[in-house]
Design a protein around this ligand. Structure first.
Ligand SMILES: Nc1ncnc2c1ncn2[C@@H]1O[C@H](COP(=O)(O)OP(=O)(O)OP(=O)(O)O)[C@@H](O)[C@H]1O
Ligand SMILES: [Mg+2]
Ligand SMILES: [Mg+2]
Length: 289
């Protein structure tokens, strides 16, 4: 079959691995930058044009960076209109990109999460702080990624100044209860087609509460408890994601979902688990086309 990987950079580890896996399984595969695609809409004849050529495929794998969500998902949607199977549905992609919206959906699904507050009323900073039980607390930029824009405020005064600073920059933030028992670690659960295909525990570097590998954290393979596995699977299902990385914190009241990533990186998880997750993704596509 013909597979298109929508990615801005063919040299990224994840993109390269997906190309390799597709070729190994005898598929035709091409990496296309979604930002270089034109979308043609007319009665019953949707098309995607890339460098003057009309694209055709049996399946696409969206690897859409968060800075290009709007245009990237428009291209994914166009392929869906052309009845091309997408490994991640455009609707689910959009939904998962919005931290606030995903937390709302996850909370309805009955999943545990750090208590989270969002307010449109910037003046009353003190009540935002009070809602989560005061400092220490975590302040997050809604559009943050790779741990940037995530701040731990250790005192109420610090919390107040940071929230005010973000407000002054017109940046939208959520305020979250700080889960100290997780001790600077989180769990990344990689899910493909409703099955856990790998899990790792990421530990932030010394003195860092953020466990992101991009912030210098390290990763180790981990055996999930049933409760953790169920929480991750339920999170993926409630957001409708065929491929995703669910981030959990281990807390005294059980696993808490932090976020669900719809273009999870393969490097960390394949290195930690020594599994060929790229091929698992290709096999998932084969089952659905
Ligand atoms: N409420 C919290 N309590 C304790 N630690 C937290 C909390 N929120 C975040 N952290 C730590 O900070 C890290 C980064 O936070 P989060 O995953 O929410 O944002 P992000 O990493 O910027 O988003 P993305 O994963 O999409 O790049 C988490 O992996 C976790 O280690
Ligand atoms: Mg994260
Ligand atoms: Mg994320």
């Amino acid at each position: 079959m013909k597979i298109i990987i929508l990615s801005r950079n063919a040299h990224l580890y994840s993109t390269k691995r997906l190309v390799e896996a597709a070729k190994k399984r005898k598929h035709e595969v091409e990496v296309i930058d979604p930002l270089m695609c034109d979308i043609i809409i007319e009665k019953k004849n949707p098309k995607v044009i890339f460098k003057g050529r009309t694209l055709e495929a049996d399946a696409i794998i969206p690897r859409i960076g968060s800075s290009v969500t709007f245009y990237g998902t428009a291209v994914v949607r166009q392929f869906e209109m052309m009845k091309v199977f997408s490994a991640v549905e455009s609707q689910a992609l959009v939904r998962s990109r919005d931290k606030l919206r995903s937390l709302q959906v996850l909370s309805r699904a009955g999943l545990g999460m750090p208590k989270t507050v969002f307010s449109n009323y910037a003046k009353d900073v003190q009540s935002m702080i009070d809602y989560v039980g005061g400092a220490p607390l975590v302040i997050k930029l809604l559009e943050g990624t790779q741990g940037l824009g995530v701040v731990l405020a250790e005192t109420n005064n610090a919390a107040e100044s940071v929230i005010e600073a973000f407000n002054g920059l017109q940046a939208r933030v959520i305020v979250q209860e700080f889960i100290k028992e997780s001790k600077g670690a989180d769990i990344r659960v990689f899910i493909v087609d409703g099955t856990v295909v790998g899990a790792m525990k990421r530990q932030g570097k010394e003195g860092e509460f953020r466990s992101n590998l991009h912030r210098g954290g390290s990763a180790n393979i981990i055996e999930l408890s049933d409760e953790e596995e169920n929480a991750a699977l339920k999170a993926a299902k409630s957001l409708g994601l065929g491929i995703c990385g669910v981030d959990l914190l281990q807390s005294s009241r059980g696993p808490l979902v932090l976020e669900v990533n719809s273009s999870p990186g393969l490097e960390g998880i394949e290195t930690a688990t020594k599994k060929d997750i790229a091929s698992t993704i290709i096999r998932y596509i084969e089952r659905h086309v």
